[in-house]
Ligand binder design. Sequence first.
Ligand SMILES: [Zn+2]
Length: 284
Amino acid sequence: MALLAVTVISCRLAAQVNPAQPAWTTPFPPFRIAGNLYYVGNRDLASYLIATPRGLILINSDLVADVPLIEKSVATLGFRFSDIKILLISHAHYDHCAGSARIKQLTGAKYEVMAEDVPVVESGGQDDFAYGADKSMHFPPTHVDRILHDGDTVSLGGTVLTAHLTAGHTKGTTTWTLDEPFDGRTMHVVIVGSPNVNPGYKLVGNKAYPQIASDYEHEFEVLRNLPCDIFLGAHGSYFGLIAKYARWKAGDRDAFVDPAGYRAYVADREQAFESELHRQEGRR
Ligand SMILES: [Zn+2]
């Protein structure tokens, strides 16, 4: 019993902070991106709030230590944290989902996760194909209330989000899309789940994830074909949050409208994947 308690505490602490990534716990001003879509994340871990007449949707709970920051950002924008009805994530890594158990506890939100990421979320990271044995990547296990599949939609108060399975980075990495009114037009918003091949990822002969390479190839095909006006993602670094926010703050309300930046980012990440795949294939 005592041993179990210690294990639980060490898991929670591991998911609290990452000393190598100070931006992951650095506050960032919340702001409106377009329509009813707001940024409520920190300096790099991106969280999004969608405010509807029937309540709030939150995408990404970030680290356990970030939950109070998200709470504050939601309040600063004039919304009630307890009105979060649905909690979604970009993918089941602790930097995007460690705070989920706490947020569910505080709000009673329904946690909706892509099927292939559910075992990871519910095991607190122990089922992760790459990091399962690494305690520093574990997080509080969290029950999933609705299991999503590719193409499923999440609806609340007139807003509809679509879940695109864009796996590889995790088995259930999810790219979210929605439409937002903006300057009298409809803007296609893309929140990229993650197209990145982490250091140490085995793309060839991966027994824990045999189809990893073909999943990444499928992901890039999906991302290439998504219509995108407003380019967002799981980390601010994907889409240049800090530079774009500086423009936004200076009055440029189009700062996040960046279809060319989206295409360039996807092409760059696909190139990085291809060269890593070729490097690993060469070793075989
Ligand atoms: Zn990740």
